[in-house]
Ligand binder design. Structure first.
Ligand code: ADP
Ligand code: MG
Length: 621
């Protein structure tokens, strides 16, 4: 067999958001496991040590690499998987950028052993900080093993930025779950040090979910209802939790075409279907798999982002909503039916749109969820909730705090959403390890946190403006924003002059997630807005933006973009006076220092200041 890796042409390479691939041990795990899947592995073993700080090891029995490919694989933009820019927009393989291994090798000590099944000898490569130390022929198993040691050994600032072991481990597991939940036929094992945390045999989707989330005490299988629908627009299969098993921390997963995604808008469709069926404080679990034509979605090529834009978002929303409601409706009409059917057919995750099976009707085929005369049977609430709240918590949420509720799929909280993590190139501050200790909010305005040299005081609003500004700007430049549809479109009336200015920012507005229709001559309907913004005040905000363009000499496109990004950032940011949780505070700190400029807001105001230990001591005389 000949060598199969090619170098991407520059034009393609330039489309790629480089350098942001590896942010933490979890990113390494994701890239290596996805490569193993792409290599056709049927068994993948993961070993981590010290939450991935010391070692992340991924072994597969996939196709392996030739000697030349073993070396080429570490070149930036070396990939066997795409040739053309248009391929970037298809999700046929997991990795499609050819930069993961190069990025990993730039920030860690990497050893790789690989052998193709047809070769007698394999090859071992050792590389660290992009320097190749060794390449030699070795005897080894067919397939590929990567040992990634001492991540960020040569970037101390980033190493310091890593969180506690539990947090990093929970990030790792989050990535692991997202991958194993779409690859049920692949066998996985996961070792934390010497301890085997997971052994997931090759199986079907339902068994995989069960293997991942069931404990001795509870079998998650029995808590799931299956959903399935297919039409020309979208195929949806998967499982949703029965209402009585809803709990505070739930497992919530969306996948599209075999890839994890977050989708606040679809999340809403699911949770609304549970309206009245569960307590407001509880969340339903769901594992929902969409298959759509690759051309009808816009994948964010930013490797660390998981938002995906659908062409037919509203229609799919309705289909999803009806499908979930129908499953819940049937369940409530005929609660005695056991959904845990033996011989449940395997749900194919990657199937063709053409290959559509009609939805199964195992229940009451005459049932019509839209029939107004249908009344849901009254529920015995106390009985439904008794005993479930505590018991059904899922393992990792107990162990690692963060995983439980899959926050990402929830409607964006103030801080979580839309933030692009960028590379903290130079650390402006030497943040110490105590950095992770609790932060303190003062006067609902400042976040105070300890650093090596003293005390760091951050203005929460300004920090968030900076964070959002950079993220919006990037979205404008990359055209990758996420938008939410307004149920009631807002109308804005503009005079001729305003309209002229408005037209000049239209493209940028679309890029950040506005969805506009021009109805009559001077009237614009706002049908969609960036998902971070709230609908109220949107008209006002647009007027302000128009005013901005009018008054500032925005000759360059960049200036224009920046002024839009700033207006959005100010509007969407958390404000002075808002009480923040520990999580929100540490998120802000993390994201702030990953910004290109973390010292000043785009309009030049100081974001943080320090009170050094010496200054403090001096005050005490
Ligand atoms: P990409 O996955 O985007 O192509 P990577 O940097 O992740 O880029 O990998 C570069 C190339 O190295 C891949 O295209 C593939 O040919 C090869 N490769 C990486 N990991 C494996 C593996 N586990 N088995 C076989 N080939 C691999
Ligand atoms: Mg890859």
């Amino acid at each position: 067999m000949s060598d199969i890796i090619h170098l991407l042409p520059d034009s393609v390479a330039n489309q790629i958001a480089a350098g942001e691939v590896i942010q933490r041990p979890a990113s390494v795990l994701k890239e290596l496991v996805e490569n193993a899947i792409d290599a056709g592995a049927s068994y993948i073993q993961v070993v981590i040590k010290d939450a991935g700080r010391t070692l992340i090891q991924v072994s597969d029995n996939g196709k392996g690499m030739s000697e030349t490919d073993a070396r080429m694989a570490f070149e930036r933009h070396a990939t066997s998987k795409i040739r053309e820019a248009s391929d970037l927009f298809e999700l046929r393989t997991m990795g499609f950028r050819g930069e993961a291994l190069a990025s990993i090798a730039a920030v860690a000590q990497v050893e790789m052993r690989t052998r193709r099944h047809e070769d007698e000898l394999g090859v071992a490569v050792e590389i660290a900080g992009t320097r190749v130390f060794k390449q030699e022929q070795v005897m080894c198993e067919a397939g590929t093993t990567f040992f990634v040691k001492n991540l960020f050994f040569n970037v101390p600032a980033r190493r310091r930025f890593l969180k506690s072991d539990n947090v990093e481990k929970s990030h790792i597991l989050t990535e692991f779950y997202r991958i194993v939940l779409v690859n049920p036929s692949i066998e996985f094992s996961f070792f934390d040090g010497d301890e085997e945390m997971y052994r997931l045999p090759s199986s079907n989707l339902k068994m995989r979910i069960d293997a991942l989330f069931s404990s001795q005490k509870k079998k998650i299988q029995q808590q799931l209802l299956s959903i399935e629908t297919a039409n020309g627009l979208v195929n949806i299969v998967g499982f949703i939790g029965k209402p009585e098993f809803a709990q505070k921390s739930a497992q919530q997963y969306f996948f599209v075409n075999g890839r994890y995604m977050r989708h606040p808008y679809f999340h809403k469709a699911v949770t609304l279907a549970y309206n009245q069926l569960i307590q407001a404080s509880d969340n339903p679990s769901y594992f929902i798999y969409f298959e759509v034509d690759t051309h009808s979605i816009d994948i964010n090529i930013h490797p660390t982002k998981t938002e995906i834009k659908f062409e037919n978002e509203q229609a799919i929303w309705s289909i999803l909503s009806a499908t979930v409601k129908e499953a819940l409706g049937k369940f409530n009409v005929l609660p005695s039916i056991d959904f845990d059917r033996e011989n449940a057919p395997e749900i194919p995750v990657n199937r063709n749109i053409e290959n559509i099976k009609p939805p199964q009707t195992n229940f009451n085929p005459d049932y019509n969820p839209f029939n107004a005369s249908y009344k849901r049977p009254t529920l015995d609430w106390e009985k439904l909730y008794g005993g479930f709240e505590k018991d059904s918590a899922v393992k990792p949420s107990e162990d690692f705090g963060e995983i439980g509720v899959n926050k990402e799929n929830q409607i964006p909280s103030t801080v979580e959403h839309l933030l692009i993590e960028s590379e903290p190139e130079q650390q402006k501050l030497s943040l110490s390890d105590e950095f992770q200790s609790a932060n303190f909010q003062f006067k609902s305005r400042f976040i105070i946190t300890g650093i090596k040299s003293g005390m760091l005081i951050i203005d929460q609003h300004r920090a968030h403006v900076r964070i959002l500004f950079e993220s919006y700007l990037k979205e404008i430049e990359l055209h990758t924003a996420h938008s939410q549809q307004l149920i009631f479109p807002e109308e804005i009336e503009l005079n001729d002059d305003d309209m002229l200015h408005f037209k000049s920012i239209e493209e940028a507005l679309l890029a950040v997630g506005f969805n506009l229709t021009f109805s009559t001559k001077n009237q614009v309907s706002i049908v969609g807005i960036p998902s971070m913004l709230s609908a109220s005040g949107i008209v006002q905000l647009l007027h302000e933006m128009i005013e901005n363009v009018r008054t500032t000499a925005t000759d360059s496109k960049q200036n224009l973009y920046e002024s839009i990004a700033l207006a959005l950032a100010k509007s969407a940011s958390i404000k002075t006076g808002q009480v923040l949780t520990q999580q929100e505070m540490s998120d802000i700190i993390d994201r702030l220092f990953a910004c290109q400029n973390s010292n000043y807001t785009p309009d030049g105001k100081s974001i943080h200041t320090t009170l050094t230990q010496n200054e403090l001591l001096a005050k005490f005389g």
